[in-house]
Write a protein that binds this ligand. Structure first.
Ligand code: DX5
Ligand code: ZN
Length: 216
């Protein structure tokens, strides 16, 4: 499956409804929603009250990426805010098994996110519980950063792990994705590409989404 999840972090927050409607009308699959707590990552973005408004206008699943410490504290409240897919950082959580079960019990899809310096081997005993694994291809916290090249080999390693232990699991990549690296990421085995600046800073976001999606 080849999917695109545009990151609203790069949207115009003064015109959020307009940008969400643009995404509704585009060929994108999910809406990527970046939650940052100023502790796990240096930046602070937004939380549940803003997500409730995003949900009101969005007609596609909300792919909520939690860059927060101890994410298990907030599973239920992100469900109530409208998350459909909830991903938690491996590095920010002590009890992955428990939190992934809580995400599923709340009726969401769930998964683990790895920072660029966290090896794929960490997932060996948690991959069975993941609907999706998100590989960070930049250090989390900001949009518009440069893509880290060793992501391709991590995607291939993860593809191998998934084929052994959970073939249904989707592989998502986040950070610095653009029209040049998208085909290579799909070729390496990625299923879902997050794109912030590549979409929102382009002259024609709808056609950029179409182009990114066709790169497979
Ligand atoms: C970074 C966020 C990303 C970010 C991607 O911490 O997780 O989702 O918005 O933005 P680009 O595509 O501009 O790197
Ligand atoms: Zn993200």
């Amino acid at each position: 499956m080849k999917m695109i999840s545009p990151s609203l972090l790069s949207a115009d927050f003064g015109n959020l409804q307009r940008d969400i409607e643009m995404l509704n009308a585009s060929e994108c699959d999910w809406l990527h929603v970046d939650v940052m707590d100023g502790l796990f990552v240096p930046n602070i973005s937004f939380g549940q009250p803003v997500i409730k408004y995003i949900k009101k206008h969005a007609r596609k699943p909300l792919d909520v990426h939690l860059m927060i410490e101890d994410p298990g504290r907030y599973v239920q409240s992100f469900k109530e805010a409208g998350a459909d897919i909830l991903t938690i950082h491996y590095e920010a959580c002590r009890h992955h098994d428990r939190v992934l079960h809580a995400i599923h019990d709340a009726g969401m899809q769930g998964g683990v996110v790895l920072n660029p310096s966290s090896p794929v081997s960490l997932l060996e005993d948690v991959i069975q519980l993941c609907d999706v694994v998100l590989l960070m291809s930049v250090n989390p916290g900001f949009g518009g950063q440069k893509f880290i090249e060793n992501t391709y080999s991590k995607v291939r390693q993860l593809r191998e792990l998934c084929s052994r232990k959970n073939p249904q699991c989707l592989i998502e990549v986040d950070g610095g994705v653009n029209l040049q690296n998208a085909p290579l990421l799909f070729e390496a085995g990625a299923d879902v590409l997050v794109a912030g600046n590549a979409v929102f800073k382009s002259d024609d976001p709808v056609s950029t989404i179409r182009e990114l999606r066709s790169k497979n």
